[in-house]
Ligand binder design. Structure first.
Ligand code: PGA
Length: 256
């Protein structure tokens, strides 16, 4: 069995129609290995435009559009939120859940993140579940405990069998937007821990779930990171806003 590789772009609160055009034309002749999916996650405002332009330009069918967030609620009085039904309506099939900025700035708890993952899976969307430790937690040796405490509530909520359809993005918080990438050896060691943690509950899930690395990935370091045994692609912030860089990163990913 080949495990799918994924390169996901997280535009955060950046970008405009010009960037949509730029990325669509930049990916026009991108070379992707088989077993690679590319997922571009713009702000809600550009989901539809990006999806339509990708289709109109007849880009590689492995290029998808994803949301940066979703509500755990079905509908109702939740100002500023977006539901799974709305994402389905826009033909969106991926969603980032529990990014560290959502956890720290918007105080999303691991339980809430678990409910969001469940809502995504129920709607047939692929959740990209973000986990990661802070610098203090890394230095004090708490990384594994923190990651376990972020993953386990999701498994408890959705059940290990459904977890097979989840994608995990490991993003050490201290490496996000800072230019400080985890060394490929450190990233591999942590990914291996995550894979073993999953294997304790299901070998099948552990073999199948793509584990992405995120945190200052760029065109220069992606190849070495993606070559690691347990790294199946990346979640890319800053470098995903530059078409040339992002294209190189997409081409570096390979299924394992
Ligand atoms: P970065 O962001 O690549 O700019 O570090 C990654 C992320 O936050 O997903």
């Amino acid at each position: 069995m080949t495990r799918q590789a994924i390169v996901a772009a997280n535009w955060k609160m950046n970008g405009d129609s010009a960037l949509v055009d730029n990325i669509v034309s930049g990916l026009a002749n991108v070379k992707l290995s088989s077993h690679v999916d590319v997922v571009i996650c713009p702000s809600f405002a550009y989901l539809s435009e990006l999806n339509q332009k990708i289709k109109a330009a007849k880009l590689n069918e492995a290029i998808h559009v994803g949301s940066q967030n979703l509500s755990e609620h079905e509908s109702g009085a939740f100002t500023g939120e977006i539901s799974t039904a709305m994402l389905q309506d826009l033909a969106i099939n991926y969603v980032i859940v529990g990014h560290s900025e959502r956890r720290s700035i918007y105080k999303e708890t691991s339980l809430q993140v678990a409910k969001k993952v469940n809502a995504a899976l129920d709607a047939g969307l692929t959740p990209i579940l973000c986990i990661g430790e802070s610098e203090v937690e890394r230095v004090t040796g708490e990384t594994e405990a923190v990651l376990s405490a972020q993953i386990q509530p999701v498994i408890d909520e959705v059940g290990i069998d459904k977890f097979i359809d989840v994608v995990i993005a490991y993003e050490p918080v201290w490496a996000i937007g800072t230019g400080k990438t985890a060394s490929s050896a450190m990233a591999q060691e942590t990914h291996k821990f995550i894979r073993q943690f999953l294997a304790q509950q299901s070998e099948l899930v552990s073999d199948k779930v793509p584990l992405l690395y995120g945190g200052s990935v760029n065109a220069a370091n992606c190849e070495e990171l993606f070559a690691q045994t347990d790294i199946d692609g990346g979640l890319i912030g800053g470098a995903s806003l530059k078409a040339e860089q992002f294209k190189i990163i997409c081409s570096a990913a390979k299924g394992k």
